[in-house]
Design a binder for this molecule. Structure first.
Ligand SMILES: Cc1cc2nc3c(=O)[nH]c(=O)nc-3n(C[C@H](O)[C@H](O)[C@H](O)COP(=O)(O)OP(=O)(O)OC[C@H]3O[C@@H](n4cnc5c(N)ncnc54)[C@H](O)[C@@H]3O)c2cc1C
Length: 511
């Protein structure tokens, strides 16, 4: 069922069993799981069904530290959320990403990769991916032309990716959600505050507001925030009537450990003779899977580096590409143009017979850093909610890791007599910790309500429940402890399915 919260009587009280706040990848995945469950599920979406500048403006905020995209353009604020323009790159986190690594401060999830496997498998179909197979051999058996670079797989392996079409949740799942008799979707229902009981052990209600000047109250047994990492933190911090520091923030952790994937051109690979390297190529909009070069767990451990991958693009094409951080503005037209250009770029690969030189492009996790954080500004948005301030900050480990990754790849390419690797200028001096202006992020927001079994180390427990509050849950990448190298949405959906199963058990439903 669908209701436009602008058109219902002011001060309506809406009641249900579960209240999901935010209808993006996480919120919609969760709602789908509860269709015909016998429970009344309220799905609150701040925006409508289309992009609107006024809605995006609610996301505006200040940025300090590392250069970043305008916050109002880094996320979409309407039904379907940021899947309205995601690119569809998917791969699961590696087993090492969940482990405590003594060289990565604050690493170590309370769950393991094998705990996530059944949920990754289920998430594949929601994102219109193929089977849950991420071993290169599986693809090479089907297509003999997918030849690996002859590198020692114990050092540099083929990290496989699958590509979602990309699934636009707002388009694909709209009718299913609206037609579900027990899912009550409210659009133009911006949650601006959540109220707890006096002892802050239970959430009682959420307040929703919109530009029509209407305000409503939502009561439920369970509340799930699915607004993405920055907005999840913002809403917790803003809801400070009963807890002055914000909900779940007794230990000053909400908003901290904000993480992004650092995405940056890093090196060139020059082959001794031309090669198409089809296994590693991407044709935007058409590629279903491809490999990037990953660094083995042993090598990460040996050199005490972060997890990162290198993707390959023919050098003559890569050289024509401006850095996304330079062209991604808050202007919607600009963004659409940029995505169109990416689409066209894919066409060029079709006629290619082989290339001698490739750009190596890094996607790497950043080390969890308490100073990299989301806080609230004193300035408010049009609905009276305090705006976001983002301070994005790296540690020296990120740059050292990138440099080492290319040393390892360079060594392997040399041993195989396949060619050589040339580091970009900014990586030449190992003592230089500065970053070039073209350093970018992947639009992946993670880590602001990190997971830990210890309330002094994390905001949520292993079930994504906020410590100390018995009916408040966080869905999605805000719960990440570390980021791994892969883009986050597959893990966001998998983690949400896991949370959904947990809630089903709590409500006595069969998972
Ligand atoms: C250009 C671009 C390319 C990307 N490419 C990839 C990729 O290739 N692979 C990948 O894995 N990821 C990619 N991403 C990231 C991906 O889009 C996100 O990981 C994913 O959308 C996050 O899902 P989510 O549900 O947590 O948040 P969102 O999709 O952002 O959804 C959050 C929802 O909550 C709603 N909301 C927010 N605040 C409130 C509130 N207070 N009250 C009510 N509703 C609220 C929003 O309107 C929105 O609908 C990309 C992102 C961008 C911008």
């Amino acid at each position: 069922m669908h209701f436009d919260a602008r058109n219902i009587d002011n001060n309506t009280v809406i009641e249900g069993d579960i209240c999901i706040i935010g209808a993006g990848a996480a919120g919609i995945s969760m709602a789908l799981e509860w269709i015909n469950s016998g429970h009344k599920v309220i799905l609150l979406e701040g925006g409508g069904f289309e992009y609107e500048d006024k809605m995006q403006a609610l996301y505006k905020g200040k940025i300090t530290g590392q250069r970043y995209y305008p916050l109002e353009s880094a996320r979409l604020h309407y039904f379907g959320g940021t899947t309205g323009h995601w690119a569809g790159f998917c791969s699961p986190l590696d087993p090492i990403d969940f482990k405590k690594r003594d060289w990565v401060p604050y690493s170590g999830w309370p769950i393991r990769r094998e705990d996530m496997d059944p949920f990754y498998e289920r998430a594949q179909s929601i994102l219109d991916l193929g089977p849950y197979k991420y071993d290169v051999k599986y693809y090479q058996q089907q297509d003999k032309s997918l030849i690996s670079l002859p590198l020692d797989q114990d050092a540099v392996y083929n990290k496989m990716w699958q590509f979602s079409p990309p699934t636009r949740f707002g388009t694909k799942y709209k009718d299913t959600i609206i037609n579900a008799p027990n899912i009550y979707l409210y659009t133009y229902a911006n949650v601006t505050n959540v109220t707890a009981n006096e002892s802050v052990s239970t959430i009682k209600e959420a307040t929703i507001k919109n530009f029509a000047g209407k305000q409503h109250t939502v009561r439920a047994k369970y509340f799930v925030f699915a607004c993405c990492a920055i907005q999840n933190a913002r809403l917790l911090l803003s809801s400070n009537q009963q807890a002055p520091k914000g909900l779940g923030n007794d230990n000053d952790l909400v908003g901290r450990y904000f993480m992004e994937h650092l995405e940056i051109k890093s090196a060139e690979m020059w082959l001794t003779k031309p090669d198409l390297l089809k296994l590693y190529m991407i044709d935007y909009g058409k590629t279903k899977y491809r490999a990037e070069l990953g660094i083995s767990e042993q090598k990460q451990q040996e050199f005490k580096i972060l997890n990162g991958t290198a993707s390959l693009t023919p050098l003559d094409i890569a050289r024509q590409e401006p850095a996304i951080i330079d062209i991604w503005t808050d202007d919607q037209k600009e963004r659409t143009k940029n995505l169109d250009e990416l689409d066209k770029k894919g066409e060029k690969y079709k006629s290619a017979k082989g290339y001698k030189s490739f750009q190596l492009f890094t996607r790497i996790e950043q080390a969890p850093n308490p100073n990299s954080r989301v806080t609230l500004d004193t300035e408010t948005d049009e609905l009276g909610m305090r705006r976001t301030m983002l301070h994005w900050e790296f540690t020296p480990l990120e740059k050292r890791s990138i440099r080492k990754i290319y040393e390892i790849i360079g060594q392997q390419v040399g041993i195989a007599a396949k060619g050589r690797i040339k580091l970009m200028d900014y990586l030449q001096d190992e003592h230089d910790t500065s970053w070039p202006s073209f350093t970018g992020g992947g639009w992946h927001h993670m880590g602001t309500t990190r997971m830990s079994i210890d309330a002094r180390q994390g905001v949520v427990d292993a079930n994504c429940k906020v410590h100390g509050i018995n009916n408040l849950y966080m869905a999605g990448s805000s719960c990440y402890v570390t980021a791994g190298a892969p883009n986050p949405t597959l893990t966001i959906v998998a983690l949400t399915l896991r949370l959904s199963d947990h809630l089903k058990q709590k409500t006595g439903m069969k998972a």
